[in-house]
Design a protein. Structure first.
Ligand code: SF4
Ligand code: SF4
Length: 277
């Protein structure tokens, strides 16, 4: 089973939920950190690295001797990575998504594809947890191909958690698309509610089942609880606004290691996810 943990915005406690869920599992589990621009699960799971793979995409290289400057490739490129200005097109690699369309469309066969490195996928073990994390190279803004490379490491027959990037843009959609169930982490603030609404809209669009976890939950919550009731959303768990969780987080210690009384809550959350999926 593949569970994605996502949130409409950063700083809601998504990694706290991912890491503690992984620690609460009784069986071997994979935690795939798909927040490739800022992976941080390794801060809480200090394991030994066993593998590092370089990830590349194919980008065009133009043979200026064959190119007749027709401009078809730059007209075709939806990402403006090719710019025609009279001569052979200028290529901006940082804008290229590696779709391969320009090579196919070139009438002169003047384009060949070459590899461009975008980042690495690192695998480490920490007890029963296998941590897989994607790390984008500095200056590279192409998260989805690296997220897909991280997800290729998933054991299809096992239990896996995808820690999604924050927000509702392409990298998040690339992450949740591979999941059987999504846990949306939110907080009882106006910003939390606004971004939760966006995330709910996104998940309804892609038709993946999901449930809500309210982090830093308050006893009288006038925002998230009424919204979830109105929208008939399943609130799977409420994590209290406990300063000790924040202190443990700041020291790089998972909540259930620092505060074992929370273990039962995360074991129960994992059980509810399994039942809801
Ligand atoms: S489509 Fe081919 S021939 Fe035309 S400008 Fe691009 S590279 Fe040159
Ligand atoms: S591979 Fe695709 S994205 Fe890259 S330059 Fe060619 S058409 Fe544009």
């Amino acid at each position: 089973m593949k569970i994605a943990v996502a949130s409409g915005k950063g700083g809601t406690g998504k990694t706290t939920v991912s890491v503690n869920l992984a620690l609460a599992a009784q069986e071997p589990i994979q935690l795939l950190d798909c927040d490739v621009e800022e992976p941080n699960a390794h801060i809480f799971l200090k394991g030994s690295e066993i593998q590092e793979k370089v990830v590349s995409i194919l980008v065009p290289e133009i043979d200026k001797d064959k190119c007749d400057s027709c401009g078809l490739c730059s007209q075709f490129c939806a990402f403006n990575a090719l710019l025609s200005c009279g001569d052979a097109p200028f290529f901006a690699p940082e804008l290229c998504h590696g779709c391969g369309g320009c090579k196919r469309i070139c009438p002169q066969k003047a384009i060949r594809e070459v590899e461009r490195r975008i980042g690495v996928v690192k695998t480490s073990t920490c007890g029963k947890i296998s941590l897989v994390q994607g790390v984008l190279d500095i200056g590279v803004a192409l998260a989805p191909p690296l997220i897909r490379a991280v997800q290729q490491e998933v054991n299809e027959n096992g239990l896996a958690i995808f820690d999604a990037p924050p927000g509702t843009s392409c990298p998040v959609i690339a992450t949740v698309r591979g999941a059987d169930f999504v846990v949306l982490v939110t907080e009882p603030t106006p910003f939390g509610l606004n971004d939760l609404k966006l995330a709910v809209g996104m998940l309804r669009e892609v038709k993946i089942p999901f449930g809500i976890v309210i982090n830093r939950a308050e006893e009288n919550d006038p925002l998230i609880v009424p919204y979830c009731a109105e929208e008939k959303l399943d609130v799977l768990a409420k994590i209290p606004d406990d300063r000790r969780i924040a202190e443990a987080y700041a020291k790089g210690t998972p909540a259930i290691d620092a505060l074992p009384e929370y273990k039962k809550a995360f074991v129960s959350l994992l059980q509810k996810i399994r039942e809801a999926a």
